[in-house]
Design a protein around this ligand. Structure first.
Ligand code: ZN
Length: 156
């Protein structure tokens, strides 16, 4: 199949052109099969192309590249209310290159907790649901005696 046809499929699905550099990369990596024809053009295997762009992994990754920290302000993820971007000067994780957000923890009321933006999006492998208080609660309950309840956990 011609590149044009692949692009048509892609455009219908995602509303934008498929980057030709990505196609070359996939062909090089052997993820999309392609045969060079006598006229110098490539004949691409549509099925292997479709398999990649239809995969949930690809769709999630594509969405992730689109997500901007600004779009998350005012939203709630788990128990975290996202309030804004932490200015460089105020960042606690000085070596971290990504964006860090200010959040309020709705579970315990702690304010201006700094949370990595990637922990708040759906693309990362790790999700943060609270300032850490829910994790402490769970660890406490898992490690403690059966007769202890949350009431024994003093806020700190
Ligand atoms: Zn909390």
């Amino acid at each position: 199949m011609e590149r044009k046809k692949l692009n048509e499929y892609y455009k219908n699905k995602f509303g934008k052109d498929f980057p030709s550099s990505t196609l070359s990369k996939w062909v090089k990596e052997g993820r999309v099969k392609a045969i060079k024809k006598d006229n110098g053009l490539y004949d691409y295997d549509f099925e292997s192309f479709k398999e990649i762009v239809d995969s949930p992994k690809y769709i999630t990754a594509l969405k992730a590249t689109k997500s901007k920290p600004e779009d998350y302000i005012g939203k709630v993820k788990g128990q975290l209310l996202i309030k804004g971007i932490v200015p460089i000067k105020e960042r606690k994780e000085k070596d971290y290159k990504g964006t860090i957000m200010y959040c309020d923890c709705l579970a315990c009321g702690k304010q201006n907790v700094q949370v990595r933006f990637s922990y708040l999006t759906d693309n990362g492998n790790y999700h943060q649901e609270s300032c850490g208080c829910l994790r402490k609660q769970r660890a406490f309950l898992a490690s403690s005696r059966n007769d202890l309840t949350l009431e024994h956990l003093i806020p700190f």
